[in-house]
Write a protein that binds this ligand. Structure first.
Ligand code: NDP
Length: 323
């Protein structure tokens, strides 16, 4: 029987994850289809119950449902429990297991961004949704000693900080109100800046203007595209990276959880690039325009620091890093 894997989100149209995962199933001889389910929050519980039928191998979960999914599954793995966010579901019989593969995906991206430098200890995170939770957990595990979280709705950033309570007890994790002057003061003290908001996803806006960024920052946007945020950061002298590598590696980890097989990374990255070239959007809703993926680039030098390496490592293929 052909098995089904679904992406549950709102919206999910034109998923890049679909192209990447279906190609991986076909390549590995897995008899499965990857479907997109656009379900508003009110339809989430019913969607989750459907997954319990034998047809389903599992699911991905995306914006805006990752936190809402936590109480709806039967068991959480450690990363899902610690983050309070689920982006992948597997099955044990009819039981649903919630995982968070954004965490390993983020850690690959962070390693790439930092490159050969010593891992920094100070970070500013913009956003406090499901993606931001994976980021904060990844930073804590990497040994960061000070993480400041800014969010439009401060209470959500405060809830995130409270959630991490014990795992962040040895370091400073703080929520701060979204005021330009406070953000600027914190950026002057930090080394790593991460956009985990969806600002820039569907419009050419940036959560933080480049003029607030000191030179030599390491800047990651979870959004897949070469956003205004990244372009302005690069102009300010930052080294920048977009969300493609995280998307690829969270998807690869999910594939392995569903199938028990190693993911065909090079193929999955190729399919991501093809889907972007075809004008699709990613499962997470990232615009897949022709601006190309970003870096990491050394903004000071105005050139990418990567060469055309193996696709599986997510190396950029040229100065513009276009697909
Ligand atoms: P959520 O819906 O859980 O969170 C959205 C976040 O964006 C919240 O912090 C929200 O703030 C903020 N936000 C949205 N609109 C605005 C606005 N107009 N002004 C200020 N803040 C705003 O989404 P996720 O955390 O799941 O995803 C966030 C982003 O990260 C998305 O762009 C997604 O594509 C990307 N992502 C990429 C991944 C990858 O693999 N590359 C993996 C995970 C996420 P508030 O709480 O105040 O509403």
């Amino acid at each position: 029987m052909t098995k089904r894997v679904v992406l549950i989100g709102h919206p999910v149209a034109h998923s890049l994850s679909g192209a990447m995962q279906q190609a991986a199933f076909d390549d590995q001889g897995i008899d499965a289809t990857y479907e997109l389910w656009d379900r508003p929050p009110i339809g989430l519980a019913d969607a989750v119950n459907e997954l319990r039928s034998d047809d389903f191998l599992g699911a991905n979960v995306t914006i805006p449902h990752k936190e809402r999914m936590v109480p709806l599954v039967d068991r959480l793995t450690e990363d899902a429990h610690i983050t309070g966010a689920v982006n992948t579901i597997t099955k044990e019989g009819k039981r649903l297991i919630g995982h968070n593969t954004d965490v390993p995906g983020f850690r690959v991206a962070l390693d790439k961004l930092v490159g050969k430098q010593k891992m920094p200890r100070l970070a500013v995170v913009l956003g406090a949704g499901g993606g931001a939770r994976a980021v904060v957990h990844g930073l804590i595990v990497e040994g960061f000693q000070r993480i400041i979280v800014f969010n439009r709705h401060l209470h959500r950033a405060e809830a995130l900080v409270k959630h991490f309570g014990r795992s962040a007890a040895h370091m400073e994790l703080r929520a701060m109100p979204w005021h330009e002057s406070i953000i600027e003061a914190e950026l002057a003290k930090t080394k790593v800046l991460i956009n985990a908001t969806s600002i820039g996803l569907t419009s050419d806006e940036t959560p933080v203007a480049g003029e607030l960024m000191p030179p030599e920052l390491l800047v990651l946007d979870l959004i897949y595209n070469r956003t205004r945020f990244l372009r302005e950061a690069e102009a300010a002298g930052a080294t920048v990276l977009d969300g493609e590598l995280m998307l690829l590696h969270q998807g690869a980890a999910a594939f392995t959880l569903w199938t028990g097989k190693p993911a065909p990374l090079e193929l999955m990255q190729k399919k991501l690039h093809e889907a972007r070239a075809g004008g699709l959007r990613s499962a997470e809703g990232e615009p897949a325009g022709d601006n190309g993926s970003a870096g990491p680039t050394d903004g000071a030098a105005g050139a990418t620091d990567g060469t055309a390496g193996p696709a599986a490592e997510g190396e950029p293929s040229g100065a513009a890093a276009s697909d």
